[in-house]
Design a protein around this ligand. Structure first.
Ligand code: PEP
Ligand code: MG
Length: 321
């Protein structure tokens, strides 16, 4: 079975009825970019850049970031890489910033994009490095924890500023992470400004269900398979389709074979996952039809609990529909 999984890695990730799903890598360290070729992925869907800030005693310079991003992009030889700007705050704080301990250690104070906009110089340096690398490679910019069009517009303006300061021609694609309930209520406005969106199911589940993403692991009722989270994903897919915006799912659950099949049924065509999960997800998707997955997803949206959803997926994957 391992041998057949290995040869399957070379096959396109396509459902039985011919719908192609793009599988990309979530990476958190530069070396992990090598996993893209190893697992025959179509690029990096989420590069978490926090390590550059958390592990450094001083502000990472423009040059040092240019080196990291440029090196990674060149190793991808033409494949796209989505770089997420630093998603700091809560327990992820850079040692070089003199921050108010108590306020900032709260996971619900300065977080994600709100934190970035409060550290303008830090954000601007990162954006300049990304924009510079994007002149010669397929690099995209993703902002975390967007809560509406107001903060996303400021982020987007910061990208314009970087383009102007560098005096370059190419403005890279700019996307918003949809991972807060607020973003769900501002979808149309965000989509009007975004080139693409990425759904972060880790935080979206945490904040929709008021369930700590670390502590609720193993709690059957608090997973991304909760019907409320599925309905949120469906809303994003529908709204993005209207505005012809691409949607990727990049939370950990994208690497769960059952959940990935459900996402395909909900209309998702791009998944970004932990590279080691790619084989199992590709295998699962190659053995379902999108048409049947859609029927199951329609029923899942009407379920009352994650457990019922899980049972439905069981029928899809066993072919006993
Ligand atoms: C998410 O929240 O689902 C996500 C992909 O971002 P992170 O896990 O880095 O918060
Ligand atoms: Mg997140």
């Amino acid at each position: 079975q391992i041998a057949s999984l290995l040869s399957e890695e070379m096959q396109p990730c396509m459902t039985l009825d011919g719908v192609e799903i793009s599988l990309m890598a979530n990476v958190g360290l530069p070396d992990e970019v090598n996993q893209v070729a190893k697992h025959h992925l179509t690029g990096v869907g989420l590069f978490r850049t926090e390590f550059l800030f958390i592990e450094s005693q001083s502000r990472p310079s423009f040059d040092s970031q240019l080196h990291v991003y440029g090196d990674m992009a060149s190793k991808l030889i033409g494949l796209p890489m989505t770089i997420r700007t630093f998603d700091l705050g809560g327990d992820k704080l850079p040692p070089f910033l003199a921050l108010d301990e108590i306020r900032n250690r709260s996971s619900l104070h300065l977080r994600g994009l709100r934190f970035s906009l409060s550290e303008k110089n830090l954000l601007d340096a990162q954006l300049r490095a990304i924009v510079q690398v994007a002149q010669t490679t397929d690099v995209r910019i993703l902002f975390p924890m967007v809560i509406g069009s107001h903060d996303f517009a400021q982020a987007s303006e910061a990208v314009d500023r970087a383009v102007r300061q560098l005096d370059v021609l190419r403005r890279p694609s700019v996307g918003a992470m949809i991972e807060t309930p607020a973003a769900l209520f501002a979808l149309d406005e965000i989509l009007a400004l975004a080139d693409f969106v990425a759904i972060g199911t880790n935080d979206l589940t945490q904040y929709m269900l008021a369930a700590d993403r670390e502590l609720s692991q193993g709690t059957d009722d608090c997973t991304a398979m909760h019907p409320a989270v599925l309905r949120a994903i469906q809303q994003v897919v529908e709204a993005a389709e209207k505005q012809q915006c691409s949607v990727c799912v990049c939370g950990e659950e994208a690497g769960d074979a059952d959940f990935a099949c459900l996402l395909v049924g909900l209309g998702i065509r791009e998944l970004s996952l932990g590279p080691s999960r790619a084989g199992a997800v590709r295998h699962a998707i190659r053995h379902i039809s999108q048409c049947e997955a859609r029927r199951v997803a329609d029923s899942a949206l009407r379920c009352q609990s994650p457990r019922q959803v899980q049972q439905l997926i069981g029928t899809l994957r066993s072919g006993k529909l």
